[in-house]
Design a protein around this ligand. Structure first.
Ligand code: AGP
Length: 589
């Protein structure tokens, strides 16, 4: 997810564009840039870093122009760098393009264009759009733009400039949002309303496979399918700026939980990268998942999954691993680091300790180009998009799906899983998106949280692959509502913690439809006999999750527990996005 912006009107475009990018920074923040039409043609000041850092280095107040496009990046193709920052141009620098989305056939298009003599500067998919416009341009900018769009497969929101047509910005949308803010003698273009809400609430919202022309005083939009001119409705946007920044949700965390269905399917985009890691670990004697916090819970899930599929695997907390297990590693071992940020100091240190012992290292991360991706032998991405809230939610879903896919690929490669079973599991992984959406649509988690808002002690119980779910559910509650909660292996309760059970305690018991369900039921009876309250999570339980393969139940069961923690935090008047004492990325040991 990236943020794109455009402006045409009487103000100084470079300044307006950086103001707009700042309000879109939550959509991506590893590099930023603008393209504006000055006296000497198109200028493209851009750089690596957050919007404020790039702005300080470029001083837009000193630049002059009244039309331009801008971009703040969340890298998907090509590491964060100045050369990969948007906007991008064609060979001649006559056309400039900023893009949000993924052009799935960009390599094929790039090969064709290179064969026709085009030379590329960046590693991005976006750059092919500028060269396609150049290829088709014969005097009509809009026609060349439409032809270029016709070649693209994938998702895009695009703004395009040309020195031959200095009064217009071309726009197009397919699966990535794009709005046009309608001003007086000026118009704004953006991925999201926060970029221009302070200037105007009147907007046109493009739909998929629509494109158009925006000038200071006019707009015109067309259907890419039919070429026909469209009569687009002018909408009045009702959100406040802050609400718009969070897509209408009160907090980023709630927005990101509601992005968990997409996170599940986006993780499957990493299939090729995960298969490459699978090829490397197939000859290893043992696989170690290493991570911290929520990411560690994903690693623990990976351990259970690999073992359930007949493979040897371990999961370790990074800050422990580096001082203990790392000493026993050798070249027959594989260490797989899991990290949303790719910058967690303990995890980085654990990988360094593994490398020092000759182990193979890989990472499963969300941030392209992060430190772990530069340190490990191989990288795979969860493609979860920017996660702003300190509490990790959608990135955890991405990690679980990635780890599940890696485990299934490994089991298939080691002949522990036949092709048919692999495909059955893979098909269900593709359905997880709908299952999560079903959970979000069908549970009254807020009401449940209201009934528990004053409870002082929570236990989360799970068995086998749902033991990590119990740990994650408890962590989420602790870190954003400051209430004591413990994740526990259900079978362990009678070995001590049962002494804590009384009417002041609430227990959330994760019990999917599997052969251990009866065991959890007997744990629940022991708990209820001591007066504690029990909330069950499972098929047709207090918190309902749809039926799926038992090995995928943790991907579903955690969704309502994320929401439960969110609502308890909000009911206590806390800010779930910025919990006390915590940071989004712990870059200190
Ligand atoms: C998760 O909600 C926490 N914010 C924290 O435990 C986090 O998962 C941990 O610090 C690891 O971060 P990483 O995934 O960026 O490595």
């Amino acid at each position: 997810m990236c943020g794109i912006a455009g402006y045409v009107g009487g103000k100084n475009a470079p300044v307006v564009l950086f103001d707009m990018l700042k309000r879109l920074e939550y959509r991506g923040y590893d590099s930023a840039g603008i393209a504006y039409v000055g006296e000497d043609g198109i200028n493209i000041p851009k750089g690596k870093g957050k919007v404020d850092e790039v702005r300080a280095s470029l001083n837009p107040e000193s630049l002059m122009g009244q039309i331009g496009v801008g971009h703040t990046r969340w890298a998907t193709h090509g590491v964060p760098s100045t050369v990969n920052a948007h906007p991008h141009t064609d060979c001649t620098g006559v056309f400039a393009v900023a893009h949000n989305g993924i052009i799935e056939n960009f390599l094929e298009l790039k090969d064709e264009l290179e064969e026709r003599g085009h030379s590329f500067k960046s590693e991005t998919d976006t750059e092919v759009i500028a060269h396609l416009i150049e290829e088709y341009y014969d005097g009509d900018f809009l026609e060349a733009f439409a032809k270029a769009l016709g070649k693209l497969k994938g998702s895009y929101a695009i703004t395009a400039l040309s020195t031959h047509h200095r009064d217009m910005i071309l726009v197009a949308r397919n699966e990535s949002p794009l709005l046009i803010g309608l001003g007086e003698g000026e118009n704004f273009i953006a991925s999201d309303a926060p970029a221009f809400l302070g200037e105007t609430k009147e907007a046109v919202i493009l739909d998929d496979l629509e494109y158009g022309v925006v000038t200071a005083g006019n707009t015109a939009f067309y259907s890419l399918k039919s070429g026909r001119k469209l009569r687009k409705k002018h909408e009045t946007l009702s959100w406040s700026f802050r609400e718009a920044e969070r897509g209408g949700y009160h907090h980023f965390m709630l927005k990101e939980v509601h992005e968990e269905p997409d996170a599940a399917v986006n993780a499957l985009k990493g299939e090729k990268e995960l298969r490459a890691v699978c090829d490397k670990i197939s000859s290893c004697r043992r696989v170690y998942f290493v991570a911290c916090g929520t990411a560690y819970h994903a690693g623990l899930y990976g351990k259970y999954l690999m073992e359930r599929l007949g493979l040897a695997a371990e999961a370790s907390i990074a800050s422990e691993f580096r001082y203990s297990t790392a000493g026993s590693l050798n070249s027959e071992c594989a260490v797989i680091a899991i990290s949303q940020s790719g910058e967690t100091a303990d995890t980085i240190a654990a990988v360094k300790a593994a490398k020092a012992r000759g182990a193979y290292t890989a990472c499963i991360v969300n941030v392209v180009g992060s430190s772990l991706t530069r340190l490990c032998d191989d990288s795979a991405y969860t493609y979860s998009g920017p996660e702003i809230a300190v509490a990790s939610t959608k990135a955890y879903i991405g990690q679980l799906v990635s780890v599940a896919l890696l485990s299934l690929e490994s089991a298939k490669k080691k002949m522990k899983l036949d092709e048919k079973d692999f495909l059955d599991y893979f098909d269900e992984l593709k359905n997880i998106r709908e299952r999560i959406q079903d959970i979000l649509d069908s549970n009254e988690i807020r009401a449940l949280a209201e009934s528990e808002a004053n409870t002082r002690t929570f236990f989360y119980l799970g068995r086998r692959e749902n033991y990590p779910t119990a740990l994650e559910g408890a962590l989420k509650l602790k870190e954003i509502s400051y209430v004591h909660a413990e994740g526990y292996a259900a079978g362990e309760l009678k070995h001590g913690p049962l002494a804590l059970m009384d009417e002041t305690v609430t227990v959330l018991a994760i019990m999917p439809d599997d052969e251990l369900k009866r065991k959890v039921e007997s744990n629940i009876s022991e708990i209820k006999a001591r007066g504690a309250k029990v909330i069950t999570v499972g098929v047709n339980k207090d918190i309902r999750i749809p039926k799926t393969y038992p090995i995928f139940a943790p991907i579903l069961a955690i969704v309502p527990l994320h929401l439960f923690a969110y609502y308890i935090s909000v009911l206590k008047g806390l800010d779930p996005d910025k919990p006390r004492n915590l940071a989004k990325s712990v870059t200190v040991e």
